[in-house]
Design a binder for this molecule. Structure first.
Ligand code: MTE
Length: 313
């Protein structure tokens, strides 16, 4: 388990204090709760669990082996349950992921509510082996099952005014104990530019390792955007809204100087509190160099032609 390091130990004191003041002013720091979220991932002795026999031979397109099912489903970020990565699986085990509906609305010609079961019938899931790179500088290789978000968006037909897509996570305080802790602007929400959402790498995941999507991984359905930091890959999506303006996003609301809207993996632009040049692949002992756009540069760099990626972080 990663020790909870007080922000005061990893940040110069004046920065730490001014951030606290900022958060207080923004009304999101309640009681003694500190912003534990997205603390840097400190080196630790990782357990190397046995790889799943079913897919142990599988690798991503760079030749990196997929992480074990055990790692993928027992080391999670899901603040609606807990900030303890190794406690999410236990706390979410009774969370109901089926039936699951997702409503697609806003600037579309055919607004509709879809059942995930029906989506799976319409768009048979394909396996996508992607790297997931958390902003905290750890990563995994995950064999997702899912379908391109573009297929769903094409079905509802965005109007010409639609420029962004907004995603919202389910809000169920009775089943998600983390929602009771004050200080976060729930529900979790995220956003993409429409062209990012339509990119073929962007999927809605309905499973992993050939099976269902367990609660801790974001079931009933979750977004996966592999070239962006993991916090963009919002879990347990119940609402997808096509909008004209750039939508608010949870982490950006909490600390806009630390978490931007774009959040493209970029080893050249550090987080204000830690380097993004390297990462710890779960299951490996030494750190590895992080890749521009998480290794998907060839496919996605053109989306950002002419943009200053240090400003649009
Ligand atoms: N989605 C919701 N609703 N709540 C969360 O706390 N955490 C994000 C993202 N999606 C999060 C979320 C972060 S920070 C990361 S790194 C990934 O989920 C982790 O996905 P995983 O637990 O499946 O590896």
């Amino acid at each position: 388990m990663i020790p909870k390091i007080p922000s005061s130990e990893i940040t110069p004191k004046h920065v730490y204090l001014s951030r606290r003041d900022f958060i207080k002013a923004a009304g999101v720091l309640a009681g003694s709760m500190a912003l534990a979220a997205c603390a840097p991932d400190l080196p630790e002795a990782t357990q190397i669990s046995a790889a799943d026999p079913a897919t142990s031979a599988k690798t991503d397109e760079l030749g990196d082996p997929v992480n074990s099912f055990k790692d993928i489903t027992n080391y999670n970020n899901y603040y609606e349950f807990t900030t303890d990565k190794e406690g999410v699986a236990r706390l979410s085990k009774d969370f109901k992921t089926s039936p699951w509906d997702v409503e697609v609305s806003g600037l579309v010609k055919n607004p509709r509510k879809f059942g995930v079961e029906d989506l799976i019938k319409s768009f048979p899931p394909e396996e996508r082996i992607y790297r997931l790179r958390c902003v905290e500088a750890w990563s995994m290789v995950i064999p997702w099952m899912g379908f391109p978000l573009s297929k769903l968006l094409s079905l509802v037909e965005p109007t010409s005014d639609a420029k962004y897509v907004r995603f919202e996570t389910v809000f169920k305080p009775d089943e998600m104990p983390g929602l009771r802790q004050p200080g976060y602007p729930w529900p979790y929400q995220e956003g993409l530019r429409l062209d990012e959402a339509m990119h073929d790498l962007t999927i809605l995941a309905t499973g992993l390792y050939g099976g269902e999507l367990l609660p801790q991984s974001g079931g009933g359905i979750r977004l996966v955007v592999p070239w962006k930091y993991g916090f963009k890959s919002i879990k347990a999506v119940v609402k997808i809204e096509l909008v004209a303006e750039q939508p608010a996003t949870l982490w950006n609301d909490i600390a806009s100087n630390e978490y931007g809207f774009y959040a493209n993996v970029n080893p050249r632009v550090d987080h204000p509190r830690w380097s993004q040049a390297t990462e710890r692949r779960i299951g490996e002992l030494s750190r590895r160099a992080s890749r521009m756009f998480n290794g998907y540069e060839e496919q996605v760099a053109s989306l950002y032609d002419g943009m200053d990626l240090a400003k649009n972080y």
